[in-house]
Design a protein around this ligand. Structure first.
Ligand SMILES: [Zn+2]
Length: 323
């Protein structure tokens, strides 16, 4: 039945194609005078397209690894950049594999902004990325950021000596924006002032957000949150909080790990287990059920950086209120 349906569709497509061919043959079969008129009317459109392409080409094409980088790069570069992100929404930068199409697209990219924080996606793919575009400058967005130590990869080995989730600190996002600004200015020196002004504007927004969070977090010092994925160490450090992760070196916790996490949650009066859209929520629900609490999703990889950090702060605040 299914094949019959496809055959019918293919027949229909064939008929449409044949009709189109007959029609276009009719066009080319016109008199020379008509052909001339047609070419003349086409020319301005072709010129227009060329002009549009030239205008679009003036933008610096920038590729980045993860979605939170996009807002930072666009805030500094505004209409002078065209940003593409390699790890798509819903995928983890710890495990994502580039498609061949994505790799090909990098060949036409002017600038690569790496996270540079030891995230596995970059460790695995950076050589291939360099390979398709050897002349493309690669900026390390994390240059100048102080890492929190103690991050281990899935097989338990130490990766970069630091927790790679550096973007989840507003103070670090400011450093990332500065690094992007320097790189864009190098790419297009005539726009340096423009990028610098945009950088100051974005840093002011980040400062305002940080100030807002500090003001609402006056009673959050020493509060412990429990998250599935260990992404929030930088955030909790910035505000004097603590966090415990459910995931154990990239793996689901063992039954004994789970039992220990449930005991800790009970002892600390934790009522909310945070999980993320990119990772399994199973163990978060197991713990939540055992403590009579709930699971709340927060996203470490949202494209809307400032809005997302604001919602996460609100989620942490409301979880602490339930302790
Ligand atoms: Zn992560």
């Amino acid at each position: 039945m299914k094949i019959m349906g496809i055959n019918k569709i293919l027949t229909a497509i064939l008929i449409v194609c044949l009709s189109a061919c007959i029609l276009s043959a009719g066009c080319t079969g016109n008199t020379n005078g008509n052909e001339q008129t047609q070419q003349q009317t086409l020319q301005p459109t072709q010129q227009q397209t060329q002009t549009d392409t030239a205008a679009a080409d003036e933008r610096i094409t920038v590729a980045a690894s993860i979605l939170p980088q996009k807002e930072i790069i666009e805030s500094v570069g505004k209409d002078k950049v065209k940003v593409s992100v390699l790890v798509p929404p819903g995928f983890s930068p710890h495990t994502y594999e580039l498609t061949s199409g994505q790799l090909r697209s990098i060949a036409d990219t002017d600038l690569f902004v790496s996270m540079g924080s030891g995230i596995e996606f970059e460790l695995a793919w950076m050589d291939k990325i360099k390979g398709v575009n050897p002349n493309m400058p690669i900026v390390n967005a994390s240059e100048g950021i102080a890492f929190i130590d103690g991050y281990t990869e899935e097989d338990g080995t130490h990766v970069s000596g630091g927790d790679p989730h550096v973007w989840l600190s507003i103070a670090n996002a400011k450093i990332m924006a500065e690094n992007v600004c320097k790189a864009l200015a190098k790419e297009s020196p005539k726009d340096e002032e423009y990028f610098r002004a945009n950088l100051e504007e974005y840093k002011a927004k980040l400062d305002a957000l940080d100030g807002e969070i500090r003001e609402s977090f006056t009673d959050m010092k020493d509060v412990t949150i429990m998250t599935y994925h260990p992404a929030w160490s930088y955030f909790v450090r910035d505000y004097g909080m603590e966090c415990i992760s459910v995931e154990n070196n990239g793996k689901e916790p063992s039954p004994s790990d789970l039992a220990a996490l449930i005991d800790t949650a009970k002892a600390k009066g934790i009522k909310v287990i945070f999980a993320s859209p990119e990772y399994s929520t199973k163990s978060a629900y197991t713990i939540a059920d055992a403590i009579g609490g709930s699971v709340v999703l927060i996203d470490p990889l949202s494209e809307n950086y400032i809005d997302n950090m604001k919602s996460v702060a609100e989620a942490f605040k409301s979880a602490a209120a339930q302790n």
